[in-house]
Design a protein around this ligand. Structure first.
Ligand SMILES: Cc1ncc(COP(=O)(O)O)c(C=O)c1O
Ligand SMILES: N[C@@H](CCCC[NH3+])C(=O)O
Length: 411
């Protein structure tokens, strides 16, 4: 387990905590847009989770950030891996996770994914497959799988920062409450049923979210209590981080207390699969201002990163802190600024009318908390190659895609 000096590090890494001069050097050296990912921070966040949940089986939700170096840092910190596809399972195994520490959460699993995962299981990867429908059990049986299965239940309630990421209660996820007994009994005829799983949603942060999360936990506990002989109950991920600079950090101990209280009395171990919490504040996205236009009360700074590099603002209206890294930025006047990317969509803006130092062409800006669902959700829409990702010391985690990469698979 990585022994990071937790007491010395702030609970949330704000943009102001990053070394602006170093970020600027990295932008000069590697170009922009550029992700900068701090692997030490990943290890610290894992250690915080371990301190808050000392006895839990923690499995990092790989979907938040699959860079191999991130996966390796998480593995070294002693967490397992929760994977949403065969591709993620492959990445986790290749990054050195033991099969027994890997979960494949199969949501409407494509045949190709089931084929691949069952094949790796036959080759010796003793993973667990989390299944949310009787159908998926049949399809595993047909492929000769008789290993570890966890049954995903639909608790009927969810939580999270946006309706698009609240999964608990959404019809597509999990076995409906009134069918859990029947599905578990049928699964037990063919598989080793080890757990019950549910996931409320993502970005749980703040009093209201925590209250909804408690309701979710209580419901999961009720459903799990009706199932005998469970090794564990997995309450999913969802632990949020503050995105606004004036928001308080989430009290992890309060979350842990809520989980303990709501699951009290269950004769099963606790498992969690946090993604965002591990990586969100471990990365920033750097972007350069290409053009400034408009009057001082409605300035638009056109930057070289767009929704293809960081989708969250366009998709969820998500807030990301933005800071100018120019040494003189503190001396400049502030004005309401819209920061917009180069994509041909009006939704391609990172903020609208936000008070920022008056931007100039060539300025370097940083967007905070870009480590979770940032590079991971990048696309090549508008034929824009995906950005590079480097560490603060300049090691390249992911190279920038080239124009040739865009057409490499075309025939
Ligand atoms: C099944 C499952 N587990 C874990 C997570 C991780 O969530 P988060 O990144 O919010 O911790 C997700 C994503 O929301 C998920 O769908
Ligand atoms: N992609 C979402 C989180 C969803 C996680 C997947 N279940 C976000 O950026 O907030």
């Amino acid at each position: 387990m990585n022994d990071a000096p937790l007491a010395d590090s702030p609970a949330v890494r704000r943009l102001a905590d990053w070394d602006a001069a170093r970020l600027s050097e990295l932008a000069d050296e590697h170009g922009t847009p550029l992700y900068v990912t701090d692997l030490d921070r990943v290890a610290e966040n894992c250690a915080r989770l371990r301190a808050a949940f000392p006895d839990a089986d923690l499995r990092y939700a790989v979907k938040a950030n699959t860079a191999r170096a991130v996966l390796e840092a998480v593995g070294e910190a002693g967490l397992g891996a929760e994977c949403a596809s065969a591709g993620e399972v492959r990445r986790a195994l290749d990054a050195g996770f033991d099969g027994a520490d890997v979960d494949y959460t199969a949501v409407n699993p494509p045949a190709r994914d089931l084929d691949a995962v069952v094949e790796w299981w036959k080759e010796g990867a003793d993973l667990t497959i989390t299944v949310g429908a009787a159908d998926a059990l049949d399809r595993l049986r047909e492929r000769g799988y008789d290993g570890r299965v966890c049954v995903r239940v639909n608790p009927g309630v969810g939580a999270g920062h946006h309706e698009k990421v609240r999964t608990g209660g959404a019809a597509k996820f999990g076995v409906p409450a009134d069918r859990v007994g029947e599905v578990v009994a049928s699964a037990r005829t063919a598989f080793d049923v080890v757990g019950v799983h549910a996931h409320a949603g993502s970005g749980i942060h703040g009093e209201a979210d925590l209250a909804a999360h408690r309701e979710f936990l209580a419901r999961v506990a009720e459903l799990a209590a009706a199932v005998d002989d469970l090794e564990y109950v997995n309450v999913g991920g969802g632990i949020g981080v503050p995105y606004r600079d004036d928001e308080e950090p989430l009290d992890l101990d309060a979350v842990a207390a809520a989980v303990r209280e709501e699951l009290d009395g269950l004769d099963a171990a606790l498992a969690l699969e946090p993604g965002r919490y591990v990586v969100a504040d471990a990365a920033v996205l750097l972007t350069r201002v290409n053009a400034v236009k408009g009057a001082s009360d409605e300035l638009v700074a056109g930057v070289d990163a767009g929704m293809t590099d960081l989708l969250r603002p366009a998709m969820y209206d998500a807030y990301h802190e933005i800071r100018s890294l120019e040494p003189d930025s503190l001396d400049r006047e502030e004005a309401p600024v819209t920061v917009a990317g180069p994509i041909c969509e009006s939704g391609d803006v990172f903020c609208e009318g936000r008070p920022l130092p008056v931007p100039e062409r060539g300025d370097l800006l940083a967007l905070g908390n870009a480590g979770a669902y940032g590079h991971e959700m990048a696309s090549t829409y508008n034929s824009r190659p995906r950005p590079a990702d480097v560490t603060p010391s300049g090691d390249v985690l992911r190279e920038r895609e080239s124009l040739a990469d865009l057409t490499r698979l075309e025939r």
